[in-house]
Design a protein around this ligand. Structure first.
Ligand SMILES: Cc1cc2nc3c(=O)[nH]c(=O)nc-3n(C[C@H](O)[C@H](O)[C@H](O)COP(=O)(O)O)c2cc1C
Length: 464
């Protein structure tokens, strides 16, 4: 059996391999093994051969996936041109089928050019039906997408008709089907469409959209706008996600962002934490199947997908929310919690009086949320804390391990020159009782992916 040492590949090839492996939910070793198996050779190939092979293969979240795209006869058909482009960018192979009505809205020529494949339109095609083309089309796809799904086409699907290529393909398939309805709000809310929606949902058809908003053709408002191409892509990615879920059944409580400590009803003490790192970790853990309860301080970024979020302001609110989610399998405390708050929060805005002395803020210590979790009766099996330091990074992180009762401290340098606070990149060290792992500078998303994988591995080990 041919073999190759991943370590010896150049960085660009390794990155390609990593993306491809991640998209397929495989380890890099597994991915390279499958690639080598595709080379018709028992001799070990050269590094150049492997790099050349990888450069020819698509990468991206949908690499190697086959999507049969049925375009229906609605005004939103033009959006499918962009949809095809987005799917191909992610490595998918798109095979288009146009209904007769769809050809009134987009031409097979432009659809075919963007898909870089033949466009199928005819059920009774001498060319394609010698090997029962409609059956083959449905079987060769990983997923069938209908976009736009018109009221008429949904009715056909619900009624089980098969009198044209698109409907015959759908009747012949055993693959998942996703539809993106698009129609006038009156059509969407018509009792017949409502009945068809229920029938289709009961038949196991997946829906994306429709959205609410202004209709392109009539200027009317309401539900019926087709989901945007990127929303359809996300739905497709979810349906085709076969990645292993090593954290399925595990509950993880997390914190992220800064805290705001009130001085009076309008002023507060804060820090520069953006929540980007914590939110990215929450999303990465959720992608591995964990149930994530994220307690977020005030941030301006969106809630991470697939995560339940409680929004709080102060350290005390954050502590109370975290305690509600114990017991849990793991705690990952990323928030930059203010160490102190003002001793006497003013009930009214502190007024500036001419000639008066400047007010002096008396500070008291805030609850230590990480230590509270680390020494809790309901302590999770794995407690991970973050240490944001500007000096003596490792020494301070090591001290925190014991003081806070944590298993790992993720130490990051937040001095102004590092650009970590509020930035998009991070260079962290994982300090444990058995040593220090130094990770190179990478995007916060990559830190999140790697940490989530490490947490998954640790929880599996702890269980054994
Ligand atoms: C300009 C125009 C726009 C149309 N837009 C839509 C639409 O957005 N949604 C819909 O359900 N029907 C729409 N229709 C009606 C469909 O084209 C018609 O029902 C057609 O038979 C649907 O064909 P299909 O089943 O192949 O999708 C539109 C018709 C015209 C003339």
């Amino acid at each position: 059996m041919a073999s190759i040492t991943i370590r010896n590949l150049d960085d660009a090839t390794k990155e390609k391999l990593r993306l491809r492996a991640a998209a397929h939910g495989r380890s890099m070793e597994e991915e390279v093994r499958l690639l080598l198996a595709s080379l018709d050779s028992h001799a070990s190939p050269s590094i150049t051969q492997v790099s050349a092979l990888l450069s020819k293969l698509p990468t991206g979240s949908l690499a190697g996936r086959h999507i049969l795209l049925i375009i229906g006869g609605g005004i939103a058909a033009y959006k499918c041109l962009d949809l095809i482009r987005r799917l191909r960018e992610r490595g998918a192979h798109v095979r288009p089928v146009l209904t007769k009505a769809a050809e009134e809205f987009v031409t097979p020529l432009s659809v075919g050019a963007l898909a870089a494949d033949k466009v199928f339109t005819e059920l009774f095609s001498r060319e394609d039906e010698h090997d029962v083309g409609h059956i083959r089309l449905s079987r060769e796809a990983d997923l069938i997408v209908v976009a736009p799904a018109t009221a008429d086409f949904m009715a056909k699907m619900a009624g089980g008709l098969a009198n044209d290529l698109a409907s015959a393909v759908l009747m012949a398939t055993d693959k998942p089907v996703l539809i993106a309805p698009a129609m006038n709000p009156k059509m969407w809310n018509h009792p017949a469409t409502k009945r068809n929606r229920v029938t289709l949902a009961n038949d196991g058809i997946w829906f994306v959209g429709p959205n609410s908003g202004e209709m392109a053709e009539s200027g009317e408002n309401g539900a019926g706008r087709m989901a945007e191409p990127l929303e359809i892509v996300t739905a497709i990615e979810k349906l085709l996600d076969t990645k292993p879920k090593p954290l399925f059944g595990k509950t993880i409580v997390m914190t992220s962002g800064p805290t705001h400590e009130p001085i009076d009803p309008v002023r507060y003490i804060a820090n520069r934490s953006s929540g980007k790192q914590g939110h990215a970790i929450a999303a990465a853990l959720a992608r591995l199947g964990a149930t994530v309860h994220l307690v977020s301080g005030p941030v301006t970024i969106a809630d991470p997908e697939g995560v339940s979020v409680v929004h709080v302001e102060s350290a005390r609110e954050m502590r109370d929310a975290v305690e509600q989610f114990l017991p849990a399998d793991a705690a990952v405390m990323v928030a930059a919690v203010a160490d102190w708050r003002t001793a006497n929060e003013a009930g009214e805005k502190i007024k500036k009086q001419p000639g008066e002395v400047v007010p002096v803020l008396q500070m008291i210590e805030n609850p230590d949320i990480l230590a509270g979790v680390g020494h809790n009766k309901k302590r999770p099996r794995l407690v991970v804390g973050f240490a944001a330091e500007t000096q003596d990074l490792l020494a301070n992180a090591r001290k925190k391990l014991d003081r806070k009762g944590a298993d790992w401290i993720v130490a990051n340098d937040v001095s102004h020159s590092s650009g970590v606070m509020g930035g998009d990149r991070n260079a962290v060290r994982i300090v444990t009782r058995s040593g220090v792992e130094e990770w190179p500078d990478m995007s916060k998303e990559d830190v999140a992916e790697r940490l989530a994988a490490k947490i998954a591995a640790a929880l599996q080990t702890i269980e054994v």
